[in-house]
Design a protein around this ligand. Structure first.
Ligand SMILES: Cc1cc2nc3c(=O)[nH]c(=O)nc-3n(C[C@H](O)[C@H](O)[C@H](O)COP(=O)(O)O)c2cc1C
Length: 195
């Protein structure tokens, strides 16, 4: 199953509204996709002295198991002070290398003010590129999110709706192609277990 990661734990987050919108697009395209809402992940329960990827606290393990079995991740990331929210990076830093990242297909959507989260999305490309994930090239940037997305999840910009739909079907084809060739993260993890 694919998972959408809603990239902040802020109450009343627009990122969560957009993540649900994207989840519906996948449903319309014939695929049930899970949603990981960072406000439910329990980051606040981890305590100050976590050992990150080496020894994951039990409260985090179930979420990381989902990441490690995902046939694709769609990260929806808001811009906070010119980068990704600390909560998202803190979550990512608890994942396991190489299992969580390597050859795992990733799609990226940014939302923000004037620059549509270009910076955090490029920071995420740096993180996932460094960790050898397969990044889907068609990214989507939602500029002026305050104007184009309301609290009920209505996207008033038809061009953005088209871009999100195009990313959805394109990412589906991308993950199918990688899995078909046996080179996505899950195929590689399965082969490693068989050896
Ligand atoms: C702490 C904080 C910092 C922010 N910094 C920026 C920023 O640097 N650039 C920008 O365009 N928008 C910035 N925003 C606006 C968010 O990108 C915008 O609110 C967007 O809706 C997504 O965030 P949300 O899921 O918290 O609603 C910031 C918002 C917060 C809460």
């Amino acid at each position: 199953m694919k998972y959408i990661i809603s990239g902040t734990n802020r109450p009343g987050s627009r990122t969560l509204v957009l993540s649900r919108y994207v989840q519906k697009l996948y449903k319309e395209a014939g695929e049930d996709v899970g949603l990981i809402d960072l406000s439910e992940v329990g980051l606040e329960l981890l305590g100050a002295a976590t050992e990150y990827g080496d020894k994951v606290p039990p409260v985090m393990q179930g979420w990381i198991d989902k990441i490690n079995a995902a046939d694709g991740l769609i990260v929806v990331c808001p811009e906070y002070n010119g980068s990704m929210p600390g909560a998202l990076k803190y979550f990512i830093d608890h994942w396991k290398y190489p299992d969580s990242y390597e050859y795992r297909p990733i799609a990226l959507i940014g939302l923000g003010g004037r620059f549509g989260a270009l910076r955090p999305v490029e920071h995420l490309q740096g993180v996932f590129g460094y960790r050898n994930a397969f990044i889907y090239p068609e990214r989507v940037f939602i500029t002026d999110v305050f104007r184009v997305l309301d609290a009920d999840g209505n996207l008033t910009d038809a061009r953005l709706a088209t871009l999100l739909r195009s990313q959805t079907v394109g990412f589906q084809a991308f993950t199918r192609a990688l899995a078909g060739a046996g080179i996505d993260a899950n195929s590689r993890l399965k082969k490693a277990q068989i050896k």
